[in-house]
Design a protein around this ligand. Structure first.
Ligand code: SF4
Length: 421
């Protein structure tokens, strides 16, 4: 049963451990060092990031090795881990320098890579044995025999295809001793994940080498034939899918044995990552603490709604999405809240918070402060001063230092968001 890759791992002294975590891991996206810090602070057990090469988000604010080192050190203070996506399907030329790159990841303290191409899997296990190799969702793994195959290749974890059902997950878990990572929240591909080349055709950007430009969400005109197109007005439609949201089904996922709950979205904002992580953290912890007494709290669902503005569904977990799960009409709905500022300091004696501006706000505006664990309160912005104590009518400059009185204590990395709707 042992493959060459297992032998490589054994030679490197890599432990072949049992694959069931004590509690499910909440795994969050981090498109930048700052997002990594927010994700971890708001409750992620692990984050996945992109390096300068070999990932599928070539437009994200990808990490340098120095940023990775800083991110790993920050995460370690919370007991969290950092994974790096190296999940391209590599052309021959892409493999030049990969061994050196993987060794560098190992040396800066990255816990695991997420890989799809067997060449990258094999090179990582041979050249950087301190890195775990997690099989990327790009491999479209949807049956237990495939999971067994990758276990026999020596991999400790498989990231399942988004198209896998809850029933299939249960069967995998009952048959194969391996960690399963599952997407629980975020964007879905309207084609089978990892099998779409729309972007390649429309823009010459390779979706399997990090270039997807989300062509499925563009606005198209639909005409039956050339005759109906002639003189027809705009009839826009998109090919996008509703986003995945499993906040209402945490008990099912945990009971099925899912080891890692993955949130999609390395391109998403700090506000989105913090809010979504915050909601899932609370739901997972509540269920783990008291499965019998668990109830879904409306504020968790509400928190998701404050961060996202696209329609949501449960993807492929309970049935194959039908026509109702497709987004036909382009949606221009604005987000209900916008990230206004981050708390950098708080003077408890004076009740004054120091904020760093992220989008304009002014006195009289309704805002909400949020922090890890579901802490939140609403208030109106009162008098504002700048760092020199000068009164301000509007906080209009990015990263400007602002001081305001808050109605309750706040803490560094708390978020102030303003109501938009
Ligand atoms: S174009 Fe859409 S369906 Fe295709 S890979 Fe990109 S996000 Fe997925």
């Amino acid at each position: 049963m042992s493959s060459a890759l297992i032998e490589t791992a054994e030679k490197a002294g890599k432990p072949l451990r049992r694959h069931r975590l004590d509690r499910p891991e909440l795994l969050a996206p981090a498109g930048s060092l700052e997002k990594l810090k927010f994700a971890v602070h708001y409750g992620a057990d692990a984050v996945y990031i992109g390096g300068q090469k070999y990932g599928l988000r070539s437009n994200a604010d990808n990490f340098s090795f120095d940023e990775m080192r800083e991110g790993v050190a920050f995460a370690a203070r919370y007991g969290a881990k950092v994974f790096v996506a190296t999940n391209i399907y590599a052309h021959q030329e892409d493999l030049a320098g990969i061994a050196e790159y993987l060794k560098q990841l190992e040396s800066v303290g990255i816990a695991a890579i997420i890989a799809a191409d067997p060449a990258i899997v094999e090179i990582a296990m041979r050249e950087a044995p301190g890195l775990e190799v997690h099989l990327s969702t790009q491999q479209s793994t949807m049956n237990w025999q495939a999971v067994q195959f990758w276990k026999e290749e020596g991999l400790p974890r498989v990231v399942l295809a988004r198209e896998t059902s809850m029933e299939e997950i249960r069967e995998m878990k009952s048959r194969v001793d391996i960690e399963l990572e599952v997407f629980i929240h975020g964007a879905m591909c309207s084609s089978v994940s990892g099998r779409c080349v729309l972007s390649n055709h429309f823009t010459d950007r390779d979706s399997n080498r990090g270039g997807c430009c989300q062509s499925c969400r563009w606005k198209y005109d639909l005409h039956v034939d050339a005759a109906s197109a002639a003189g027809a007005g705009d009839n826009p439609f998109t090919m996008g899918s509703k986003d995945l949201c499993m906040i209402q089904h945490i008990p099912d996922l945990i009971d099925a044995g899912v080891d890692s709950f993955k949130i999609e979205g390395r391109m998403k904002s700090i506000h989105y990552v913090a809010s979504v992580v915050n909601a899932y953290r609370q739901a997972i912890d509540a269920y783990m603490a008291d499965p019998e007494g668990y109830t879904l709290r409306p504020e968790w669902v509400g928190e998701i709604g404050k961060a996202a503005n696209r329609p949501l569904n449960t993807g492929f977990f309970y049935s194959t999405p039908g026509a109702g799960e497709h987004i036909y009409e382009p949606e221009e709905k604005p987000a209900p809240y916008d990230f206004a500022a981050v708390v950098t300091d708080y003077d408890a004696a004076a009740g004054i918070a120091t904020l760093q501006q992220r989008s304009p706000f002014r006195p009289g505006m309704e805002v909400e402060f949020i922090g890890p664990g579901g802490r939140s309160f609403n208030q109106s912005v009162g008098e504002m001063t700048d760092e020199h104590g000068e009164s301000l009518e509007v906080a209009r400059h990015p990263l400007q230092t602002i001081r305001i009185r808050t109605e309750r204590p706040v803490f560094p990395l708390d978020i102030m968001r303003k109501k938009m709707l």
